[in-house]
Design a protein around this ligand. Structure first.
Ligand SMILES: C[S@@+](CC[C@H](N)C(=O)[O-])C[C@H]1O[C@@H](n2cnc3c(N)ncnc32)[C@H](O)[C@@H]1O
Length: 218
């Protein structure tokens, strides 16, 4: 049986449920991946867009060398992010907005860096979201993704295929392969895949970085 794909309503329902417990459950488990992605974004610096910012767990990983804007589809997740902003600890977080990453309201070439932490494998149309990220990043800017990607072979792949049937309603897509990200870059002449690396210590997460060609126009 083919598992149903993720759509907007599944994601919204799933993350309304996740919001109250998200930081406690996903904070420690994903911290290494989150830090690696934010460190790569800080190396670019400037205006950073966090796509699928969620509850704002990544705010701790940025500093005053950056200006962070976040978007998310889930109002309950964003409410948690706004609580963090209200603490006053994150003056470099400029704004968070309810927005679908498939169709962003930002002008072309707005950001120096676009980051999506644990997001690209669960959006309804990952290629469309990548193209939107590419549109809003400046020429020479970077798109940084971090995620668990499908193992493709061996026992882990079999487990992920099995889990795929059962985890859609949790807003997850565990069988998402790297090949899909590479194919998107190959189909976009201004998008260059410049890094793919496993994140230490266990290599569960993969960091992928694309750079928009300097001479490109949106
Ligand atoms: C696994 S959480 C990751 C949250 C955060 N990036 C982190 O690392 O803690 C995925 C987030 O992506 C958001 N999301 C899913 N689809 C989206 C879309 N199309 N546009 C914007 N956000 C989306 C969800 O609402 C959720 O907050």
């Amino acid at each position: 049986m083919k598992s149903p794909d993720l759509d907007r309503s599944i994601v919204e329902t799933a993350y309304a449920r996740w919001a109250p417990i998200y930081d406690a459950v996903c904070g420690p488990v994903m911290v290494k991946g989150r830090r690696a992605a934010a460190a790569a974004a800080r190396a670019v610096g400037g205006k950073i867009l966090e796509v699928g910012v969620g509850t704002g767990l990544s705010f701790d990983d940025y500093d005053l060398t950056t200006e962070v804007t976040g978007i998310d589809l889930s109002a309950p997740m964003l409410a948690k992010a706004r609580e963090k902003m209200a603490s006053g600890r994150y003056p470099f977080v400029r704004d968070v907005q309810l927005m679908d990453a498939h169709q962003m309201a930002f002008a072309d070439a707005t950001f120096d860096c676009v980051v999506a932490q644990f997001v690209i494998t669960l959006v309804a149309n990952p290629e469309q979201v990548l193209s939107e990220c590419h549109r809003v990043v400046k020429p020479g800017g970077r798109i940084i993704l971090v995620n668990h990607l499908y193992s493709e072979t061996g026992v882990a792949a079999a487990v992920e295929r099995w889990a795929a049937q059962r985890t859609r309603t949790l807003g997850l897509r565990p069988e998402f392969p790297f090949a899909r990200l590479r194919a998107w870059a190959q189909a976009n002449k201004d998008a260059n895949l410049i890094e793919r690396r496993k994140v230490a210590p266990f290599g569960i997460y993969t960091l992928v970085c694309f750079q928009r060609a300097v001479a490109s126009a949106a």
